[in-house]
Design a protein around this ligand. Structure first.
Ligand code: HEM
Length: 375
């Protein structure tokens, strides 16, 4: 391979976590509000500003949690600190972007309903416009959360959701879905580099499901399509095991709504913060066995889907992550498409230290050398 092309590859490789964040932001924006932010290609200046504000706000909100609660609430509610003033400015940028999308989506649905009515009156076949939008091509992903919320209210005769509520829906899905999937993908690629035997099994499974083009044919291998990845059980087990040892949400905190008693008898008072440490739960021997500290995707291969109260990395009960299925689909499709085309080698002496944020991020990113698979 020519040296120039090679160094370009390495430079791109050093941006790997940013690429994954860009990818997962694009994917989750499509899922939550049906707009292609084109973060990996040509984002609009507005999308760029939105993304930059989003990145910053994520970091700053975590700093909030380091303050004593009463100070945090005082500073937040009265914008008393520089931190809170900066956050308020960033919220304004993000609100502008999200409210525009909410407005557009409502207008599109209203137009679609008007066209349906006209078609009905003229006796033609009625097809809801959002049903005809190509899946990703036009940026009108028909299954997006905003559309679902608006349609659900229409269908059940409920009050139309307010713009503020729809903004919150779009934002919470972005927040919940971007860094989590990027974290899972990053740690999975790290673990692949540490476990070549497991990687060989993944490649075998992918090549069996999507046979590579015959050598010299110039054709590309088939790409994964559809919304079912059950034909890749080993890859699925590999991601489960990655999440067990590197939970994208390493601890989850709740605020008590009322005085209560935990199952072990510990009393908690209204307003208390209670955290459960997912990072530690994934390592308990009494839950996972004596080999709890070893990376072994096989533990998930023959087991039926473990109970969310055991595999609690997406939470459990009524607040179970609504994006769980989408997350697996997203990371599995991304991994297949990357591994079909490229070989990834982690930079020597890379220190995979953690960075304390809301999600489990790699402090120094994941610098890797990336080369075409057949070289
Ligand atoms: C590896 C990927 C992911 C992990 C580990 C993860 C984990 C979690 C966890 C632990 C919660 C519970 C938070 C709580 O205690 O209330 C949660 C909630 C949530 N997640 Fe995920 N998530 C992932 C991906 C996604 C994706 C891709 C989406 C969106 C498409 C998403 C959307 C949500 C939403 C909307 C909630 C809030 C549910 C509620 O308020 O009840 N998540 N997620």
């Amino acid at each position: 391979m020519p040296v120039r092309a090679c160094s370009l590859l390495i430079r791109i490789a050093e941006l790997f976590p940013h690429l994954l964040c860009g990818f997962s932001l694009s994917a989750v924006a499509l899922i939550s509000f049906g707009k292609d932010l084109q973060t990996l290609t040509t984002p609009s200046p507005d999308a760029n500003k939105f993304t930059a504000s989003y990145e910053k706000i994520n970091e700053l909100c975590y700093q909030r949690l380091l303050l004593p609660k009463f100070l945090m609430l005082l500073f937040r509610d009265y914008k008393l600190s520089k931190l809170e003033k900066t956050i308020a400015g960033l919220v304004e940028v993000m609100d502008g972007f999200l409210y525009d999308i909410v407005k557009q989506r409502k207008e599109e649905i209203a137009l679609s309903r008007k066209q349906e009515k006209e078609q009905k009156e003229s006796g033609g076949a009625v097809v809801a416009a959002e049903q005809t939008a190509p899946l990703f091509a036009t940026g009108k992903f028909r299954g997006d959360l905003l559309t679902s919320f608006i349609k659900h209210a229409e269908e059940t005769g409920g009050d139309p959701p307010s713009n503020q509520m729809l903004r919150d829906v779009a934002f919470i899905a972005l927040l919940a879905g971007r860094d989590t999937t990027a974290s899972l993908l990053t740690w999975a690629f790290y673990e692949m580099s540490q476990h070549p035997d497991n990687l060989a099994k993944i490649m075998e499974e992918i090549d069996r499901a999507y046979p590579p083009a015959a050598s010299g044919s110039g054709g590309a291998p088939a790409e994964p399509k559809g919304d079912d990845m059950t034909h890749l059980p080993y890859l699925h087990a590999f991601f489960m095991e990655t999440l067990r040892l590197h939970p994208a949400v390493p601890h989850d905190t709740k605020v008590c709504a009322a005085d209560d008693t935990l199952p072990d008898g510990t009393p908690v008072k209204r307003g208390d913060f209670v955290s459960y440490p997912l990072y530690a739960l994934g390592r308990y021997k009494h839950i996972w066995g004596e080999d709890a500290e070893q990376f072994k995707p096989e533990r998930f291969l023959d087991e039926k889907e473990p109970s969310p109260f055991k595999f609690s990395f997406f939470n459990a009960g009524p607040r179970l992550c609504v994006g769980k299925r989408a997350a697996f689909l997203e990371v599995m499709i991304a991994a297949v498409m990357l591994l079909q085309k490229f070989k990834f080698t982690i930079k020597k002496d890379h220190n995979p230290a953690y960075k304390a944020t809301i999600t489990l991020t790699m402090r120094h990113g994941l610098p890797m050398h990336i080369a075409p698979r057949d070289k």
